[in-house]
Design a protein around this ligand. Structure first.
Ligand SMILES: [Mn+2]
Length: 470
């Protein structure tokens, strides 16, 4: 069954590939529109790189969210082919009105226009999108787009058969997947097919290693403090904690990991395994890449920093192969972001969270803290700075509103917690809006209703847990 679903997705992607190939041959400039996160940047860069390799030309725009107005503006542009990557599936109604050819390479839930029966043999029988639109999306074929393939993944499948084949670009698809938190516990589904492609092309290597960051760039104590995934209790986000840990282990904290003797690396590995067994495992890398980008997770984190600093052009140029100064600038953004995370973790350590009966929350209107709240709240739970038996809401003030991001654990979901539902229903009651998944969700509510909102979410979570216990 799985095999058949994947086959249908690959077929749809090769239909898109034929369309792209035709436009490149006709020397049309291809219009790419993509998302501003690590996945979206990998997606756009991957397509652009494939087009360049085939001697074609492209024009790219990166946006935080695909709004109807953007699609309406695109309708006035004179292009023969539009490609939407890591976005588009939620905007089918408007995209459907474009007169030119369109490829959508997305992995988000599509809107109602194209909802196919996943068991249908011929998806065209139930589709009401126009013939000029090719929609490559795992959900249409009953494949989970949250866990099994990213936007960069669907983009990769779209260019996979171009020219002599593009399997050497497979690692970029996985960079995008890491950006969307898909590979951290190993790849599954279509992502696994992409892993095999990369291995076959010789552009991807997998070996077991310590999963700490910046092994060749930063002193060891920073490598430990900057490692957020997997997290290390007492070390993640804690520079002093990391120094103390290394001194106790008899290792010099100012040396880079890459300069350690083999025996010292073994000592470090043994000590880190005691804190989190996941710290040693499969590491995915591009063997011929610059050491700074060689590890796919770090590549992804660099693109993420470019996006967060609104330097999407920089991120894109790195995917397209620019190094040197471009990479230096991107690394500075990454360092700044890491320092912000450290500041956030120190804040959590100092202030903790505010407790209600069934939930906990943190609130800030500090500009830096606001930008890292979602990450520090979930890492705060995983390293034990915050209790894990209550969902956490991070509240960040935005003018007259509060942006809420909620996170909980798999264990709490098993106990009945559905944060998506709780945030959706509670925000509606106070004139806001929200929703998401059971384990992670978000909302926007009026600032003056914050306390009432928190109390209602608290009641709803309590109700969810009680209902499940009965
Ligand atoms: Mn994505």
């Amino acid at each position: 069954m799985t095999h058949k679903k994947q086959h249908s997705l690959l077929n749809k992607a090769s239909e898109a590939c034929d369309m792209l190939s035709r436009h490149i041959k006709e020397e049309h400039v291809i219009r790419i529109v993509s998302h501003n996160d690590a996945d979206g940047l990998s997606a756009a860069g991957l397509i652009a790189k494939a087009i360049t390799e085939e001697g074609g030309q492209f024009h790219t725009t990166i946006v935080p969210r695909l709004k109807a107005e953007i699609v309406k503006e695109l309708a006035h542009e004179r292009y023969e082919l539009f490609i939407f990557s890591d976005m588009g599936s939620a905007c089918l109604d408007y995209i459907n009105r474009l007169k030119a050819d369109v490829i959508i390479a997305d992995h988000h839930q599509p809107n109602e226009t194209e909802k196919n029966d996943e068991n249908s043999d011929n998806e065209n029988t139930k589709s009401n999108i126009n013939a000029n639109v090719v929609h490559v999306n795992p959900h249409i074929f009953g494949i989970n787009g949250t866990t099994e393939i990213s936007g960069a993944g669907t983009s990769y499948l779209t260019v996979r058969d171009l020219g002599e084949g593009k399997k050497h670009l497979a690692p970029l698809a996985l960079v995008g997947a890491f950006g969307d938190m898909q590979g951290q516990d190993g790849f599954i589904g279509v992502n696994k097919v992409i892993v095999e492609d990369g291995k076959e092309a010789g552009s991807l290597e997998i070996h077991e290693d310590l999963k700490i960051v910046s092994k060749t760039q930063e002193p060891l104590y920073k490598s430990l403090a900057y490692t957020f995934s997997p997290s290390l209790p007492g070390l993640t986000g804690d520079l002093e904690g990391s120094i103390g840990f290394l001194e106790k282990a008899g290792l010099s904290y100012g040396i880079k990991f890459s300069d350690l003797e083999d025996e010292e690396k073994d000592v470090l590995k043994d000590e880190l395994l005691k804190l989190n067994p996941k710290i040693f495992g499969d590491v995915y890398s591009i063997p011929k890449e610059n050491p700074i980008l060689r590890n796919l997770e770090e590549y992804s984190s660099i693109l993420d920093s470019c996006g967060k600093n609104k330097k999407t052009g920089l991120g894109l140029s790195i995917v397209l192969g620019e190094r040197g100064e471009a990479l230096d600038v991107a690394i500075k953004f990454q360092t700044t972001y890491r320092e912000q995370l450290i500041k956030g973790m120190e804040w959590i350590k100092r202030e903790g969270s505010t407790q209600l009966e069934s939930i906990q929350y943190i609130y800030s209107d500090d500009k830096v803290l606001k930008s890292v709240m979602g990450t520090i709240s979930s890492v705060g739970i995983s390293v034990g700075l915050l209790v894990e038996d209550k969902p956490i809401l991070s509240m960040a003030r935005m003018h007259n509103d509060v942006k809420v991001s909620g996170r909980t654990t798999k264990n709490m979901v098993k106990k009945g917690v559905d944060l998506g539902k709780a945030l959706h229903d509670s925000s509606l009651s106070f004139g806001g809006q929200g929703g998401g998944h059971d384990i992670a969700a978000g909302a926007m509510i009026p600032y003056k209703e914050m306390d009432n909102f928190l109390n209602l979410v608290n009641d709803m979570v309590e109700y969810q847990i009680n209902a499940k216990a009965q």
